[in-house]
Design a protein around this ligand. Structure first.
Ligand code: PGA
Ligand code: ZN
Length: 372
């Protein structure tokens, strides 16, 4: 099935920044659109993010011609074409936002043309069957760090649950408790409460009142003091998982921590940035046992799948994640189900761009349970 038309426009993301939206049409008239997120606390080794203006220009001039009549049926071959046109290790010619938007829109258009769901199309390129395995949710219930205007140094406090319903309940209880204690109920970048003046110790104690499976994203590369806050908290609390407790260049700190805490789920995000080569290096150095997958850190669906495969083969847990600056595109929900992700991170239950992903997950779950 050939691509016949490719067009790009600028749209706004949830942080009032411009991002790229791509529209694709295939030879049978099937169409699809896709837009891509941008990180707020980015890893240094993420693929290059071009300005939306440059991205739109490249698509509407060079790529709309270069990709005309290219077959989109095979996800891997199509993405390979994008990788070749770019010709760099870090997508510095086309931008990872450009290539990912095209990769998603083309896959979605093909799924539409075959009258199958996007997650079904993507799963055909995954060596694992979906069966009845559905990701658990790391629901954001409190925010700090770069995502919030408060005193918390740690970026994310998450409740780990198996259903949206349970996550919603805990989310609302935490919100209510924060208000009851007289703190502000401001909402952070990813849709959870970020009370001003609250200290990390009290933040955790509030969440513990309602749930015992709590995860942290320390995001230590974004806020220097966050590691210290994490160390303080881990004296009195046990966490289900810990993401980025040390900066992205402190590889030895990661290895040492895992050596001393072999049963702790330790999640690598900024240190490996969805890059299969960096994940491989991380596996060799025993830096972690779980990984965050953010397709826009690398730039195509195929390379994101590669990162998943490398991590999973080493026994690492997979967590598919949204970004700080999002659009209403719900691709990440399809991707998470398709790759049989262990967990997802879609933010809190406030802000339409986060809700869009949860609602897509609910729709996929309904669909899968009807099929069974
Ligand atoms: P970002 O943060 O998308 O703003 O980089 C999310 C995360 O670090 O997991
Ligand atoms: Zn992170």
């Amino acid at each position: 099935m050939k691509l016949t038309r490719l067009r790009a426009d600028k749209i706004l993301n949830s942080k009032a920044m411009w991002t790229v939206e791509v529209a694709v049409e295939l030879e049978d008239g099937s169409q699809a659109i896709a837009s891509v997120p941008e990180g707020l606390s980015k890893g240094a080794t993420e693929a290059v993010y071009l300005s939306a203006d440059d991205s739109v220009k490249i698509i509407n001039t060079k790529l709309s011609k270069g990709l005309k009549n290219v077959d989109v049926s095979d996800l891997e071959l199509f993405d390979q074409k994008l990788i070749e046109i770019d010709g760099t290790d870090n997508k510095s010619n086309l931008g990872a936002n450009t290539t990912l938007a095209i990769s998603i829109a083309s896959a979605r258009a093909f799924a539409n043309s075959q009258e199958i769901e996007l997650y079904e199309h993507i799963n055909r390129f995954i060596p694992v069957e979906i069966g009845n395995r559905f990701p658990e949710l790391m629901v954001l219930v409190m925010e700090g760090g770069k995502h919030a205007d408060n005193q918390l140094q740690i970026q994310e406090f998450l409740a780990v649950v198996d259903t949206v319903e349970k996550g919603r309940e805990i989310y609302l209880k935490v919100l209510e408790e924060v208000a009851k204690l007289g703190y502000s109920t401001n909402v952070g970048a990813e849709g959870a409460v970020c009370p001003t003046q609250i200290l990390a110790e009290e933040a955790v104690r509030i969440i513990e009142k309602f749930h015992d499976k709590i995860s942290l994203d320390v995001a230590a590369s974004s806020v220097f003091e966050a590691t210290k806050e994490f160390k303080y908290l881990s004296n009195g609390h046990k966490f289900f998982s810990i993401e980025d407790p040390f900066p992205e260049d402190a590889w030895d700190d990661w290895t040492k921590y895992l050596e001393e805490n072999p049963n702790q789920m330790l999640v690598a995000d900024d240190i490996v940035t969805t890059n299969a080569e960096l994940i491989r290096r991380g596996i060799e150095k025993h830096i972690a046992n779980a990984v965050i997958i953010k397709p826009n850190q690398i730039g195509t669906i195929t390379e994101s799948i590669r990162a998943v495969n490398v991590a999973r083969n080493a026994g690492w847990k997979i967590i598919c994640s949204h970004r700080g600056g999002e659009t209403n595109d719900d691709f990440i929900a399809d991707f998470a189900v398709a790759v049989v992700s262990d967990y997802v991170k879609f933010g809190g239950f406030n802000r339409g761009e986060r809700i869009a992903k949860y609602n897509r997950l609910l729709a996929i779950k309904r669909r899968i349970s009807v099929e069974k």
